[in-house]
Design a protein around this ligand. Structure first.
Ligand code: PRP
Length: 180
């Protein structure tokens, strides 16, 4: 059976204008710094990072980091591990972590701990969507795109079993379609 097309939760135009607004705010806040390093968290953040970075009006550079939950268990245990590190040192640099989604908060909490230990000049976080009802640990989000309900979202970088990452909007997968 062909899975149904995900229902629209946040339309493409709304995502675009929110990303532009975040970029304006970030450009204003970092206007005085030499350069902002955007750290995209793979894989989910790749589209958000691409669009956000192209809307910024300040000097910026890009790096990527990848994490994984142990046996896909982060949602319950919080055990996260680094699977791909940054290519460049961040000591003394202004760093903005760019994430697609915050659910339990374990991933962002882990990343902030790891990166803060490297003594950046500043460290902030930018998250496209947050499910506050699922959050288990305090993970500070400095720039937030959207607060969303506790539904399974796909599109704009977000996937379900690697599907639907490249949808231009943020959609919802119904439980019936998850096994399809
Ligand atoms: C997602 C997302 C975050 C993490 C958030 O990654 O990109 O990194 O989950 O969840 P948490 O707040 O409960 O820790 P996922 O494991 O789906 O990998 P992906 O980005 O490669 O799709």
């Amino acid at each position: 059976m062909t899975p149904r097309k995900p229902e629209v939760l946040i339309p493409e135009a709304e995502v675009r204008s929110r990303v532009e607004a975040l970029a304006r705010q970030i450009s204003e806040d970092y206007a005085a710094v030499d350069e902002l390093l955007l750290v995209g968290v793979l894989k989910g953040a790749f589209i958000f990072l691409a669009d956000l970075s192209r809307c910024l009006t300040i000097p910026r550079s890009i790096d990527f980091i990848a994490v994984s939950s142990y046996a896909h268990s982060s949602r319950t245990s919080g055990a996260v591990r680094l699977v791909m590190d940054l290519r460049t040192p961040i000591e003394g640099r202004h760093v903005l972590v760019v994430e697609d989604i915050l659910e339990t908060g374990y991933t962002l909490e882990y990343l902030v701990d790891v990166l803060a230990a490297r003594k950046p000049a500043s460290l902030k976080t930018c998250v496209l969507v947050r499910k506050q009802r699922r959050q288990k640990v305090q993970a500070t989000v400095d720039y937030l795109g959207f607060e969303i309900p506790d539904v399974w979202v796909v599109g704009y970088g977000l996937d379900y079993a690697e599907r639907n990452r490249t949808l231009p909007y943020i959609g919802v997968i119904e439980p019936d379609d998850r096994s399809a």
